[in-house]
Design a protein around this ligand. Structure first.
Ligand SMILES: Nc1ncnc2c1ncn2[C@@H]1O[C@H](COP(=O)(O)OP(=O)(O)OP(=O)(O)O)[C@@H](O)[C@H]1O
Length: 116
């Protein structure tokens, strides 16, 4: 196994995360995740609840990163307006929405009984 190549690919992945930070939606998800961490810290959560929250946040951010990657590829492949380009972008955005809605519901199920 080529360790240097392996470490280099981590660098490329980090570069991707930094590049994606230019997207307003990604910044929104990063900020939301930070807020949830803070609220979770002050609310007091069990290990299982933390595990669920971390998984949910990673899924939403991961989905948004895939969405951003798909947007880039579509822009590259179809800089002109095309119905398939629209479908690809809107479906990818829809996938993020599904994860985001699920994450809000899971967050409410975890936090609301502790607050009220
Ligand atoms: N090449 C294209 N052909 C057809 N529709 C497109 C194309 N690019 C974007 N759209 C559509 O235009 C609408 C608005 O897109 P939006 O403002 O989010 O821009 P974007 O290119 O998708 O994203 P971003 O601004 O983050 O690059 C969406 O429904 C999107 O699918």
């Amino acid at each position: 196994m080529d360790i240097r190549k392996f470490i280099r690919s981590f660098g490329y992945a980090a570069e991707g995360l930094i590049t994606a930070m230019r997207e307003q939606n990604i910044r929104f998800h990063y900020t939301s995740a930070a807020v949830v961490w803070l609220v979770g810290f002050f609310t007091g959560l069990s290990v299982m609840e933390w595990m669920i929250l971390i998984l949910v946040m990673a899924l939403v951010i991961g989905a948004e990163l895939f969405n951003t990657a798909i947007e880039r590829v579509v822009d590259l492949a179809s800089p002109e307006i095309h119905p398939l380009a629209k479908q690809a972008k809107d479906i990818a955005a829809g996938a993020v929405l599904v994860f985001a809605i699920a994450s809000v519901i899971i967050g409410m199920l975890i936090f609301l009984p502790k607050w009220f």
